[in-house]
Ligand binder design. Structure first.
Ligand SMILES: [Zn+2]
Length: 220
């Protein structure tokens, strides 16, 4: 078979595959949208009350279902620095947690561990203020480990499982491979990789970046 016939066949087959895509198969494209997470606070009910004297005000839905940006903002006061105007995300959580970049932690004068969201045991505390309230957290300041949210259907399509760590290739002007990207699988998750601004800036990524999970053979 000559080259052009082969290409015709490939095009035809690919076209049929495109046509066969259905809504139930969300991950036909093998790239993953990358979202940049700025510094933010998740707060428990008691801390919301102490800081704002009432419930959070919903402003905008975020990509993960049920998560939203709030109108309220907090000031972070660390041992040797302050960061103002930090976003608060709803809904309320069982325990307050502040997610920073390593650069933010340096500005505040603290060493924040790189952790999965929710794993705050033994992390440093911090002081939060609003216009009217003040809260001192005993612990809860972390740098979120880079991760990918996906549904069970996505996980099956990518051949990965919950808590697996995968390498992800980032294309662009300064291409890079992020290793140890934590896969998080849940029925409520929509497909998105989350990294912070330090990580994004290190390889010049913009708002429309996409990443690709690498196979073991590609990584070697
Ligand atoms: Zn996330």
């Amino acid at each position: 078979m000559d080259q052009s016939s082969l290409e015709d066949i490939i095009k035809k087959v690919m076209g049929q595959m495109d046509g066969a895509k259905t809504e139930e198969a969300p991950s036909c494209d093998d790239s993953i949208p990358v979202e940049l997470s700025g510094r933010h606070a998740h707060l428990c009910e008691a801390d919301i009350e102490a800081l704002f004297g009432g419930p959070l005000t919903h402003v905008k839905e975020l990509s993960q279902p049920g998560q939203y940006l709030c109108k309220e903002r907090v000031r972070l006061i660390g041992p040797s620095g302050v960061i103002d105007n930090v976003a608060v995300l709803g809904p309320a959580r069982a325990k307050s947690q502040i997610e920073l970049s390593l650069t933010d932690a340096r500005i505040l004068g603290m060493k924040a561990p790189i952790r999965q969201s929710g794993d705050v045991a033994g992390s440093p505390g911090i002081v939060l203020t609003s216009g009217t309230g003040l809260v001192g957290l005993e612990e809860g300041v972390i740098v979120a480990a880079r991760h990918i949210h996906m549904s069970p259907a996505d996980a099956a399509a990518f051949g990965v499982s919950d808590k697996q760590k995968v390498p992800v290739y980032m294309d662009g002007e300064r291409p890079a491979v992020f290793k140890d990207v934590l896969v998080r699988v849940h029925e409520d998750f929509s497909l998105a990789m989350h990294i912070d601004f330090d990580e994004a800036n290190s390889c010049g990524l913009g708002r429309k970046a996409r990443g690709k999970i690498m196979s073991a053979s590609q990584e070697a």
